[in-house]
Design a protein around this ligand. Structure first.
Ligand code: FMN
Length: 200
């Protein structure tokens, strides 16, 4: 197994989502003897897509200049890394009901026509099928149930982006209620116990 571990929270030492995801990665790696590649979006934020990138992206591959290729190099590296993985573990906080822009930027780099999705006569065809993705989602409040569930923009947007490239096997592990007095001290231990129960 090739396992890609992608982390978004900038609270490196204190992040609940990172903590739980690190445990999941360790358990999966041990169980499957996986080779683990780490992509830290807080330590090395992917650049937002800029004019040079879009100019290169919208130029047919055969017509691309050396400058175009240079503008796509970073994205190509992220795509190669993503395509090499058969399992991807993403950890992210919920920020303002969505993901941090670093994670959105990573998605913008890897959801790419010609690399992870192709255009056919019958429409778009994703090229990332067969992968499994776990998303460890930390949130201060609760979204799996209750009155705030309708505000969760993370799960539908990640499902849409990844199913577009035919990664349909996407599972969310919630670390929710990290700011709520009744759950903030227990939620990480609960998530870790659940991982041990399911994956060890
Ligand atoms: C900028 C910012 C925005 C946040 N927005 C939300 C939010 O919309 N909903 C929520 O429940 N918690 C929100 N939180 C709380 C975080 O989701 C929560 O602290 C979570 O544990 C962060 O994940 P981490 O511990 O992995 O860093 C926000 C925190 C920050 C710093």
């Amino acid at each position: 197994m090739n396992l890609l571990s992608v982390d978004a929270s900038p609270r490196v030492g204190r992040s609940r989502s990172r903590h739980v995801a690190a445990h999941l990665v360790d358990v999966l790696a041990e169980r499957h003897g996986a080779k683990v590649t780490r992509r830290d979006l807080a330590q090395e934020p992917p650049p937002h897509l800029d004019a040079a990138f879009l100019d290169a992206y919208s130029t047919a591959p055969a017509d691309r200049t050396p400058q175009h290729h240079a503008a796509l190099t970073y994205s190509d590296m992220l795509v190669d890394e993503f395509l090499a993985a058969d399992t991807v573990v993403v950890s992210t906080p919920m920020w303002n009901f969505n993901v941090p822009s670093t994670l959105k930027s990573w998605i913008d780099h890897i959801v790419r026509l010609g690399r992870t999705v192709s255009v056919t006569d019958s429409g778009f065809e994703g090229l990332a099928s067969g992968k499994k993705m776990y998303v460890v989602l930390g949130s201060g409040d609760y979204y799996s149930h209750g009155p705030l569930a309708m505000y969760d923009a993370v799960t539908p947007s990640l499902r849409a982006a990844f199913s577009f490239i035919s990664l349909h096997d996407l599972e969310f592990l919630r670390v929710e209620g990290t700011n709520q007095p009744q759950t903030r001290d227990s939620v990480v231990a609960q998530a870790i116990a659940e991982i041990d129960r399911r994956f060890r």
